[in-house]
Design a protein around this ligand. Structure first.
Ligand SMILES: NC(=O)c1ccc[n+]([C@@H]2O[C@H](COP(=O)([O-])OP(=O)(O)OC[C@H]3O[C@@H](n4cnc5c(N)ncnc54)[C@H](OP(=O)(O)O)[C@@H]3O)[C@@H](O)[C@H]2O)c1
Length: 262
């Protein structure tokens, strides 16, 4: 492998690795050579994946993390540092969504989404950056979304949290660049996971969605791999504060014609 994409000897925390995109990001980083810290609110949900990473020849440590709890964030960051002696890479992936017309969104819905996606990502980044600063090196990858750059009906608080992630990325990049830490946002388009699988059960809707994506299909496992490795490795050494959309092009002009059915 080209050295600029090689993560051998690097330690990466990927939050939210009990399923979905978090596992895809972790697999891609492990394939590039990184040792991993895996997290979930329930460590039992990490058992199989931890074994999978170890069978790839990498080290893996499974830790409990609830990003809505500051104590849990600090404990996770401290345990990660204790396990490996350093942290080089953070993928801030843990997140959730509640789909509702804006008129029906409750105070509690808003708090759950913003506390998890935005406040959680900030305080995880802060706890990890404190441990990157002494070594003068770090790669922080915040997971955004097409909603970081576009509005969608039914996703008002989620979009606010993802727009916030994009802004947070720029501010943290400016703040921590002097410490050798880059901060970027990887913004996936539409990928089928646990979070949205109900929508993908409707074939007609998938056809409708696919037609509106310039590349004519939703995202598939593997489509995000090279982007996360690029942002985690030497390859992106002069890239910071940026949002990289990996979305089959749906954030182009076609975005206004997005499905409103679900
Ligand atoms: N799928 C897409 O099309 C898409 C597109 C753009 C962006 N995203 C974003 O990408 C991320 C992963 O999405 P996904 O589709 O893979 O979702 P998912 O299948 O629902 O997985 C979400 C992950 O986040 C973790 N998580 C949720 N709440 C948490 C909390 N309070 N503390 C710690 N961990 C928590 C979950 O772990 P536990 O439940 O085990 O704790 C799980 O591992 C999310 O931030 C999502 O918003 C997804």
């Amino acid at each position: 492998m080209d050295k600029i994409f090689d993560l051998t000897g690097r330690v990466a925390i990927v939050t939210g690795t009990s399923r979905g995109l978090g596992q895809q990001f972790a697999r891609a980083l492990a394939r590039a050579g990184a040792d991993l810290v895996l997290t979930s609110r329930n460590r039992d949900h990490l058992r199989n994946f931890e074994s999978e990473v170890i069978s790839m020849g990498r080290r893996a440590v499974a830790l409990e993390l609830d990003v809505r709890d500051q104590g849990s964030i600090e404990a996770m960051a401290a345990s990660a540092e204790q396990a490996y002696g350093k942290v080089d890479i953070l993928v801030n992936n843990a997140g959730m969504n509640i789909r509702k017309p804006a008129i029906e969104v409750t105070w509690d819905d808003w708090n759950q989404i913003l506390d998890t996606n935005l406040r959680g990502s900030f305080f995880v980044a802060q706890a990890v950056a404190r441990r990157m600063i002494p070594g003068g090196y770090g790669r922080i990858i915040n997971i955004g979304s097409v909603t970081s750059v576009a509005g969608y009906a039914g996703l008002a608080p989620y979009g606010a949290s993802r727009g916030g992630i994009r802004q947070l990325t720029m501010s943290l990049a400016d703040d921590w660049g002097k410490h050798g830490i880059t901060v970027n946002c990887l913004a996936p388009g539409w990928f089928r996971t646990e979070q949205n699988k109900v929508m993908y059960e409707d074939k007609e809707w998938v056809e409708y969605l696919s037609d509106r994506i310039p590349i004519k299909r939703p995202g598939q496992p593997g489509d995000l791999d090279s982007a996360v490795v690029f942002l985690a490795a030497e390859s992106s050494r002069y890239v910071t504060g940026q949002t990289l959309l990996i979305d089959g092009g749906i954030s182009t002009g076609a975005v206004r014609a997005l499905p409103r059915k679900k």
